[in-house]
Design a protein around this ligand. Structure first.
Ligand code: ZN
Length: 457
């Protein structure tokens, strides 16, 4: 069956109210470790991952980047498995491994033949409790991270710029910190900072073990008990971030950087995530799903409103899209991103984007647009589950944001019953100028048109 045929079948399923909930098994160890298993027996492989409920959002000013720094240190070995040994074992067993740090989580994963699962559990549980963390280990790795910052953020004008945009957009909330950390913070923290971080956050009662692949909860439980069961729980501080207060006026950050080859025009709106409202508000049920559909209709594809208007009709841009990231611990953003065409000044973009958005606020979206968005979103999600890494990742993001896996598929029911009025309501509520941050980056002052660069502070 080709892709088009499959999409039609999914559309029919939506009509018939048939869900596509995934089989998710879950249990908890006595030490508090949350264990999630998604059986997928197509190939004898398993993705084994540990997700800690800690990330850049948990950092304090002056110590930014510690979550990412600790991720690096987790590869520095334990008394039983010295530095480098884990990598060698994973390779020898025919596996791959990696780790990632984000605002809401720090995660470690290995993909291995299923018979090697006990070895992975042994290695991962060992470094959950027995990391070797001394100054001679710490200092060289701190330099590695400083160098990483130089080669990534500091060498990339768009990344440097977005760091400044987010610092302004989240002036109070820790989402305004760069994940890699500010340069002066990386230069300043010590092995004791890392030890504190590790001891307070790396514990079974602050983690979820997620396995996707050729395994069931019944098979996983005795193994998890054997390897992870011995790790002691810790006193884990509650997660909190300073509240980003309600704003009274729009923000903007406009910059010229001679290194920029492709100009960038963006507007970010403050928006609720599934788990947290704007400022300190509670998220209203269904709003995240409505904002998700709104992003698809306004800017999810070449046939969406922004692209049709800015690229096809007006010829002002090479690309135009909208995006929304619903699964966060805190509030999130609903964004429009435009790449102005060569020769079109950045000041020409805003008025047209605002017309497109205001039209949705005033007149809503059509039933045909909503039906198409529902089918596309459902298809993308369901097909995405064919990839075990993707399934593991989505579940990890969900649980570390505060989600219960029992509700992982609730969006399907919400999407099915979503109406055009729901979509218009969130557009009206959240696409407001005073809740927005405009971000414009160009290579030459002339590309700004009438816009003025922001004075740096
Ligand atoms: Zn790194």
């Amino acid at each position: 069956m080709g892709r088009l045929g499959a999409v039609a079948v999914l559309a029919a399923m939506l009509m018939m109210n048939e869900g596509q909930a995934m089989e998710i098994q879950q249990f908890k160890l006595d030490n508090g470790l949350n264990v999630v298993v998604v059986p997928d027996h197509r190939v004898p492989v398993v993705t084994h991952s540990v997700w800690y409920n800690v990330g850049a959002m948990d950092e304090v000013p002056g110590k930014t980047g510690l979550a990412h720094m600790t991720e690096h240190l987790m590869f520095k070995g334990t008394p039983r498995h010295p530095a480098g040994e884990m990598d060698k074992i994973v390779q020898r067993k025919g596996g791959v491994q990696n780790a990632f740090t984000s605002y809401d989580f720090t995660a470690y994963f290995q993909k291995v033949p299923v018979q090697e699962l006990p070895v992975m559990m042994d290695l991962e549980s060992d470094r959950m409790a027995h990391l070797t963390l001394t100054d001679p280990v710490f200092q060289p790795e701190r330099k590695v991270v400083a160098e990483e910052r130089k080669l990534t953020t500091d060498s990339n004008p768009a990344d440097r710029f977005m760091e400044q945009v987010m610092r302004r957009h989240y002036a109070h909330h820790t989402y305004g910190h760069p994940i890699i950390g500010w340069r002066q913070d990386i230069a300043g923290y010590t092995v004791n900072d890392a030890l504190d971080w590790y001891h307070h956050h790396y514990a079974p009662n602050n983690a979820t073990l997620i396995m996707v692949g050729d395994i069931t909860a019944d098979q996983a439980r005795p193994l998890a008990e054997k390897y992870y069961g011995a790790v002691k729980p810790a006193d884990v501080p509650a997660r909190k971030s300073p509240v980003e207060p309600v704003r009274k006026e729009a923000l903007s950050y406009i910059a010229v950087d001679a290194q920029v080859k492709v100009p960038l025009w963006e507007v970010l709106f403050r928006a609720p995530s599934r788990f947290h409202g704007v400022a300190d508000a509670k998220p209203a049920k269904g709003e995240a799903t409505a904002l998700w559909a709104l992003a698809e209709i306004v800017g999810g594809s070449d046939s969406a409103r922004l692209y049709q208007r800015l690229v096809v009709k007006d010829g002002l841009a090479d690309d135009a899209s909208a995006g929304y990231d619903a699964i966060r611990v805190g509030e999130t953003t609903w964004d429009v991103s435009v790449q102005p065409k060569d020769g079109v000044t950045a000041d020409k973009i805003g008025p047209v984007v605002w017309q497109v958005l205001q039209d949705v606020v005033d007149h809503g979206v059509t039933q045909a647009e909503l039906d198409k968005a529902k089918t596309t979103l459902l298809a993308d999600e369901i097909y995405g589950r064919d990839d075990v890494f993707n399934t593991m990742y989505r579940l990890g993001v969900w649980v570390t944001a505060g989600g219960d896996v029992k509700h992982f598929d609730d969006w399907q029911g919400e999407l099915r019953t979503l109406t055009t009025a729901d979509v218009q309501a969130v557009a009206k509520k959240y696409l407001k100028s005073e809740a927005s941050t405009l971000a414009v980056l160009v290579g030459k002052p002339a590309q700004l048109g009438t816009l003025q660069p922001t004075k740096d502070n």
